[in-house]
Design a protein around this ligand. Structure first.
Ligand code: HEC
Ligand code: HEC
Ligand code: HEC
Ligand code: HEC
Ligand code: HEC
Length: 169
């Protein structure tokens, strides 16, 4: 999967962001709130609860081929803490320096995991099955163990192969 501050901007793969709804408002967080969050602090404090929760941008909009600046050339408002982070997005774009996001989920090199194939088989709504309730996370952290037992349990449930060589090179 490719993402980050992709060039060129504007709508990737024909998907449109859905209009923001008034149902869910992500909370405004202060510095002391954010220090309690699980998961690593990223170079830009990018919030999934704002983007995927409050603004209902589909997961695949960003996690297929996405662009930040397509929206943030225009969108720069919100509370001051948001504005400061959005300024980093614009600076990164101007300087042509994509943020160096810290990788959260990573399998060891000897494991084969075809990500897109899982999404195809389980559906684009299945992100939560493996990643938890990301749309309500202010900062992403790992929820599933990603251990072999976790993989194998789901393969048994779905009647998928447990052949060692399928997952191991
Ligand atoms: C507006 C763009 C955007 C949307 C929409 C979005 N994401 Fe993300 N996602 C990112 C960015 C940027 C990162 C890297 C920074 C971070 O971890 O917060 C990321 C990181 C992640 C990670 C951690 C990656 C790792 O390093 O292991 C997961 C898992 C994830 N997103 C799942 C989701 C899911 C599930 C949804 C939908 C509910 C979603 N994302 C919607 C931009 C987006
Ligand atoms: C489809 C439009 C859209 C895309 C794409 C998008 N954003 Fe946003 N972003 C928004 C909206 C809407 C807000 C809410 C603004 C506010 O706070 O009022 C927001 C808020 C933010 C904020 C402040 C709140 C927070 O999340 O901490 C940051 C930082 C941010 N975006 C970074 C990014 C980054 C980095 C990307 C690319 C990975 C990205 N955005 C992609 C629409 C978008
Ligand atoms: C069957 C479980 C499963 C499902 C379903 C799933 N993921 Fe993942 N995801 C993983 C695993 C395992 C990794 C670590 C892969 C690796 O290290 O090679 C990962 C890695 C990621 C990463 C970080 C690495 C990368 O490839 O960029 C992102 C972002 C991500 N997933 C987003 C999503 C989104 C968005 C969805 C839904 C459209 C989704 N995932 C569905 C298990 C899953
Ligand atoms: C559905 C995928 C899957 C299948 C099938 C699978 N494995 Fe694994 N295996 C993993 C993953 C993921 C890891 C890395 C995470 C971990 O160590 O639990 C792993 C780790 C391992 C390790 C390293 C353990 C360690 O502690 O470092 C060994 C050895 C191993 N597998 C052997 C096997 C053998 C033998 C089989 C067949 C009987 C098998 N695996 C089948 C996914 C799988
Ligand atoms: C939530 C359920 C679920 C989890 C968790 C899961 N898988 Fe799968 N996996 C599936 C399904 C369903 C398929 C069948 C996809 C298809 O038919 O194309 C599959 C297929 C695969 C395949 C392709 C098998 C083939 O026949 O070529 C591999 C390799 C694989 N998974 C590895 C893993 C590894 C490694 C993990 C853990 C890191 C894992 N899976 C975790 C559900 C899961």
């Amino acid at each position: 999967m490719v993402f980050i501050l992709a060039l060129p901007p504007v709508v990737a793969n024909g998907q449109q962001a859905q209009p923001a709804s008034s149902r869910y408002q992500a909370p405004v967080l202060s510095g002391s709130d954010t220090s309690k969050l699980r998961g690593p602090r990223q170079p830009i404090f990018f919030r999934h609860d704002v983007h995927a929760g409050q603004d209902q941008i589909p997961c695949m909009y960003c996690h297929y081929s996405q662009t930040c600046i397509g929206c943030h050339q225009l969108i720069g408002g919100g509370p001051p803490s948001h504005q400061a982070e959005i300024k980093k997005v614009r600076d990164a774009w101007r300087e042509r320096k994509p943020p160096e996001w810290i990788r959260i989920h990573a399998l060891p090199g000897f494991v084969r995991f075809p990500h897109m194939r899982h999404i195809k088989a389980l559906g684009t709504q299945a992100c939560v099955t493996c990643h938890g309730d990301v749309q309500n996370m202010a900062q992403v952290s790992q929820v599933s163990t990603l251990r072999m037992g976790w993989c194998v349990r789901c393969h048994i449930k779905n009647n998928v192969t447990r052949d060692c060589s399928v997952c191991h090179y």
